[in-house]
Design a protein. Structure first.
Length: 107
């Protein structure tokens, strides 16, 4: 039904029905589409920020892993040195450096 036809009837229900079915849909549909586009741009911005945050966390985790690898290698070298010194002098007991030799002999 056209607008002039709806208005010629004089029936309020038909006029309201025409406004609801035609006019509001034609006016509100572009507004809804624009709103969806604005929301999509905002969502894209949030997605990019999340990606950047995840990349930063990954980079930091990789740096931590590299640091831990260096520490593990150092600990392994220390253990190997201690193991080698223990096997070369198995009967020699380490003494407490805070005690004098005479005190360590009494114990």
């Amino acid at each position: 039904m056209s607008a002039p036809g709806a208005f010629k009837t004089g029936d309020k229900i038909i006029i309201v029905a025409w406004i609801a079915q035609t006019f509001l849909q034609l006016v509100l549909l572009p507004i809804i589409i624009v709103g969806q586009n604005v929301q999509a741009v905002a969502a894209d911005g949030r997605s990019l920020a999340t990606y950047n945050d995840a990349s930063a966390v990954l980079e930091e985790a990789q740096q931590i892993q590299a640091h831990l690898k260096v520490q593990d290698d150092a600990i392994q070298r220390i253990l190997a040195t201690l193991s080698a010194s223990t096997t070369s002098n198995p009967l020699e007991m380490p003494t407490d450096r805070g005690q004098s030799e005479s005190e360590s002999r009494r114990v």
